[in-house]
Write a protein that binds this ligand. Structure first.
Ligand SMILES: [Zn+2]
Length: 418
């Protein structure tokens, strides 16, 4: 394989090396195995309403496992389009509900900012809400994020600096006391190189907060919609720990977020670098992956077919909707995708063979719907309440595949046997 180099400062992120990933992005081994049948997904969660949908709006999902280090990733991901795809989906971090803002507060209290973390650097800060919270307790905060809304600058605290770019330039020494990287690494084509650049911005002994989705959650619960086009990587905690060793990051603390869906590590930058992440026991973390996921996707298909004559809406113009429409393609024709993000209102979601508008949750938007599938399943309980308060009387399903489905106010799963 030929590796093409250029002088673009975004090299590490966009990595215009090849179409699709032919080697393991963690250990660079070229022997990888496919875990399940390849499928096509919409590559954007929303587009402008007048967009003409062509083939180029779909991307390949090819979930593979590295035969050396055991890392799992989407080898079908088109690295040459990663910047464009990443930029298109940044606002999905906007807190749409009080529980999400509380989650950000929990993050701050977990990191415990104090006089040793005066200078904070947040990379890929999404909406900027977390950076704002850090600004209240720290001397200075820099946020590196190309997709911040324009309005962000009008009412930002003075000690909060904004850099609208994709990622920290390797030649700038930010000398931060704390680097925050939340829900970013799984989107980045070359995570080791990206982390190396991020760590450069951190002083020796400084703290690093990293939060990513857990592969263990996806495997334990066989959660189909967590396999989606926005994520290039599915990090297991074993792989994460080996990456930390390799980069000289020692673990200070760990926590699970969103009922174990994600994991957050508080790390410290040290000079101890141990390259030992290629160990045989990390391999084959998955058995029967293909069969297990296919069975679950098939259960979902039965459910989708059983409601196909009804007027169906989705809740969540998000990556999970992309996944669902990817699995079921033309079986699927939702009439609307409800979403709390105001900037999606009036745009549209699409799938192979159709599209529907994204709308804010109002009485009018859900009028006439008989079934709503909550694809934004991490918030399915709050959303169910919201829908009932809006007067929705029809059936509600969730794209949730874990054991919370159908209990304690969580709706039944679309992936459950009927
Ligand atoms: Zn590997």
């Amino acid at each position: 394989m030929k590796i093409k180099k250029n002088n673009n400062t975004h090299d590490v992120l966009t990595a215009n090396f090849y179409k699709g990933l032919e080697v393991c992005p963690i250990c660079k081994f070229s022997d990888v195995q496919s875990l399940m049948p390849v499928f096509q997904c919409p590559i954007y969660h929303v587009v402008e309403p007048n967009t003409h949908i062509t083939k180029s709006f779909f991307g390949k999902m090819e979930i593979c496992e590295c035969n050396r280090c055991g890392h799992i990733f989407n080898a079908g991901f088109d690295a040459s389009r990663s910047e464009e795809i990443y930029k298109s989906q940044i606002p999905t971090n906007v807190p749409v509900d009080i529980s999400m803002t509380a989650g950000l507060k929990d993050t701050v209290s977990f990191v415990k900012p104090d006089s040793s973390t005066d200078n904070v650097l947040e990379i890929g800060g999404g909406s900027g809400d977390l950076a704002r919270l850090f600004a209240a307790t720290s001397k200075s905060v820099t946020i590196i994020e190309p997709g911040l809304p324009d309005s962000f600058e009008f009412h930002k605290p003075e000690n909060l600096k904004v850099r609208r770019q994709m990622f920290p330039e390797p030649n700038i020494n930010y000398n931060a006391d704390l680097v925050v990287l939340r829900q970013v690494l799984e989107h980045v084509v070359h995570p080791i190189e990206f982390l190396t650049a991020a760590i450069k911005g951190l002083r020796m002994g400084g703290k690093f907060y990293l939060e990513v989705p857990r592969l263990e959650y996806i495997i334990e619960n066989i959660s189909p919609v967590d396999l989606h086009f926005m994520h290039v990587h599915y990090f297991s905690e074993k792989i994460l720990k080996r990456i930390f060793f390799k980069l000289g990051l020692s673990i200070l603390n760990r926590r699970e977020v969103k009922d174990g869906h994600d994991v957050g590590y508080l790390l410290e930058k040290t000079t101890k670098i141990e390259d030992k992440f290629i160990e045989p026991e990390t391999r084959n973390v998955v058995s029967n992956w293909g069969i297990n996921f296919q069975n679950k996707i098939d259960l979902g298909r039965e459910k989708i077919i059983s409601i196909s004559k009804k007027r169906v809406g989705l809740y969540g113009a998000c990556a999970y909707s992309q996944s669902l429409t990817g699995f079921y393609q033309s079986l699927f024709a939702p009439l609307v995708a409800i979403d709390d993000a105001a900037q999606y209102d009036g745009k549209k979601i699409f799938w192979d063979g159709g599209s529907c508008p994204a709308k804010l949750p109002t009485k009018k938007a859900i009028e006439g719907l008989e079934v709503i599938i909550i694809t934004a399943y991490l918030h399915d309980r709050v959303i169910t309440k919201k829908l009932r308060n809006l007067g929705f009387k029809g059936d509600i399903f969730s794209a949730r595949a874990d054991s919370l489905a159908g209990r304690n106010g969580h709706p039944n799963s679309i992936f459950e046997a009927t």
